[in-house]
Design a protein around this ligand. Structure first.
Ligand SMILES: Cc1cc2nc3c(=O)[nH]c(=O)nc-3n(C[C@H](O)[C@H](O)[C@H](O)COP(=O)(O)OP(=O)(O)OC[C@H]3O[C@@H](n4cnc5c(N)ncnc54)[C@H](O)[C@@H]3O)c2cc1C
Length: 531
């Protein structure tokens, strides 16, 4: 074999590509993983800044019956601890301890919306039902990570008794796939209450996925060395198993008939199989299919048209803050993973039609109008607040605290700001407003003790991992998704119209996230290993 010819090339060293690489390498196949950045991990990443450790991507991990089984299956030891979640509205906080905390969540809502008691009871009942479905879904370790030919005990004592319950649950879940905003309208008449329940989800998230979040709150785990240590551990495993990894290399072209990929320096790498574990719009735009059969070309072109007509989903804005105040001061108020709405009023149409109007009238918008909108948007939003030092005190210098405050947001707004040269100023204005809102509501010491701050916008995400529209979990839920979206179709999601090209990661299946990215990485590797 030539030096630059591999059984399998994987493009994209996020958690999906890493998982795929580990499994292909374990099958003794010559594998090359190619990653654009200096480090692998993609949106599973921790970084250090002036003695503080932060998460650049996902803040904690939901096992979902996938992450731990994958690690065990690959023989990777990684220490986790629970990442307890706090939910808050205004001055009220609720520490989620167990399933019974759902009742306390109901009481918290009733305190803020006393006129909606019956509707709150109803929605709590629905969430409880969904939690039961989640118990079934995640009831056994995902069978794709078990060696079924040998593990008879697992098959007979766990898998077979679970399958009928699973089939029943899938039927139920598939029925509650409508956008959560629409579903909530059928149960709750008060818009503010609907907003507070749903505004921290991606817009138009399928109901089942959104309302399963209470279960997910109880499932959050944190690797004690930081979320990025998950990617680091899988990366080490790839190398241990004899896989090759090439970082700081951007693939710019795929030639499907000659079976090679080309990087920015025009280096060519040949493959027998390709697993694409990065943005799919980029893949379909940069893949040359000349020379393939007419049938494959026509199927590929149909897929391409579909993919290119769709958008990535919501992105995220994250503010990183370093404070001269000990962890204990924050620990008295919340846990290290906090979903917080400073106001119970809710965003209303601020993040939907108002924002669309703002963007549509962009050329005529004054700064005053923009900042008036921003005042309300920051006051009424829901924030995901993470304090990594409360999970591992080694992540901060003595007596100090690092905080990440983030919210879901729209790529187009930041793109427009950039075009108008308002981007840097807006970023500062946004940072200042968030600090004010959070200081005036939940962490009173924040502003006075602030030492340093910086932020990542949707444009930063797009630049770092190359995801369309800075999306953080793949396709937008605001239109039909161009990939499988039913659990029973997961295996199909990794197949493409080209027989030796497979797909993995957050763009292959919807809804996605870390567990699904890992699962599709494994399934794509399985396809390659069976060939
Ligand atoms: C703030 C935040 C919070 C989140 N919260 C959650 C959560 O609570 N739960 C959850 O499940 N998920 C969450 N996610 C989403 C989750 O992190 C991602 O869905 C998942 O990590 C995606 O993994 P991936 O490997 O598919 O893609 P990525 O991580 O995007 O990896 C793709 C990799 O491909 C590389 N690449 C791209 N193009 C090229 C190219 N042309 N050549 C070479 N390399 C290329 C990129 O640099 C990147 O490393 C969150 C994400 C963020 C940012």
């Amino acid at each position: 074999m030539q030096k630059n010819h591999y059984n399998t090339i994987i493009v994209g060293g996020g958690i999906a590509g890493l998982t795929a690489a580990a499994y292909v390498a374990r099958d003794n196949k010559q594998v090359l993983l190619i990653e654009k950045n200096k480090e692998c991990g993609g949106l599973v990443n921790s970084f250090k800044h002036k003695g503080f450790q932060f998460e650049a991507g996902v803040r904690a991990l939901e096992d979902a019956g996938i992450i731990i089984p994958m690690l065990q299956d690959l023989g990777i030891e990684l220490e986790f601890k629970k990442s307890p979640v706090t939910v808050g509205i205004g001055k009220d906080v609720l520490h989620i301890k167990d399933k019974n905390s759902l009742n306390d969540y109901g009481s918290l809502l009733k305190k803020h919306y006393p006129e909606s008691e019956d509707e709150i009871d109803e929605i709590i009942k629905i969430i409880r039902k969904i939690m039961k479905h989640m118990d079934v879904l995640y009831g056994v370790a995902n069978p794709f990570f078990k060696y079924l030919k040998k593990d008879f005990k697992f098959i007979f004592t766990e898998l077979l008794p679970w399958l009928p319950k699973f089939a029943f649950t899938i039927g139920k879940i598939n029925k509650i796939n409508m956008p959560v905003e629409d579903y909530l309208e059928t149960v709750i008449s008060n818009q503010s209450l609907r907003d507070i329940i749903s505004q921290h989800f991606f817009r138009q998230t399928p109901t089942f996925f959104a309302l399963s979040y209470f279960s997910l709150y109880l499932d959050y785990q944190y690797p004690v060395k930081g979320v990025g240590s998950l990617a680091d551990a899988v990366y080490e495993k790839v190398l241990d198993l004899g896989g090759e990894v090439k970082t700081e290399t951007i693939i710019t072209q795929v030639n499907a008939s000659e079976q090679w990929v080309k990087d920015e320096q025009n280096n060519i790498y040949y493959y027998d199989n390709l697993i694409w574990a990065a943005d799919l719009k980029y893949f379909y735009s940069n893949t040359d299919i000349k020379g393939l059969s007419a049938d494959i070309q026509s199927k590929f072109n149909a897929e391409k048209t579909q993919m290119l007509s769709k958008r990535g989903g919501d992105s995220v804005y994250s503010l990183f803050i370093e404070v001269d105040e000990p962890l204990e001061s924050f620990e008295k108020i919340t846990s290290g993973h906090f979903f917080y709405s400073p106001s119970s009023k809710g965003l209303g149409t601020l993040h939907t039609s108002d924002l669309t109007q703002l963007i549509q009238n962009w050329d005529n918008i004054s700064k005053k109008e923009l900042y008036d909108w921003l005042d309300k948007f920051t006051e009424l939003n829901t924030y995901e607040i993470s304090i990594p030092g409360l999970k591992n005190a080694d992540f901060v210098p003595q007596g100090k605290t690092g905080i990440i405050i983030s919210f879901l947001t729209d790529y187009d707004l930041f793109q427009k700001l950039k075009e108008k040269n308002w981007y840097e100023e807006f970023r500062k204005e946004l940072e200042a407003r968030i600090v004010n809102v959070i200081t005036n509501s939940i962490y009173p010491m924040l502003k006075e003790k602030l030492m340093d701050s910086f932020s990542f916008t949707p444009l930063s995400i797009h630049n770092r991992v190359g995801s369309s529209e800075g999306a953080i979990v793949g396709w937008s839920f605001q239109e039909s998704v161009p990939v499988p979206n039913k659990i029973q179709d997961t295996q199909k999601s990794v197949v493409s119209s080209i027989p030796n090209i497979f797909k993995a990661g957050q763009w292959t299946y919807s809804p996605a996230g870390v567990p699904m990215s890992i699962l599709t990485g494994k399934l794509a590797a399985d396809k390659v290993c069976k060939l």
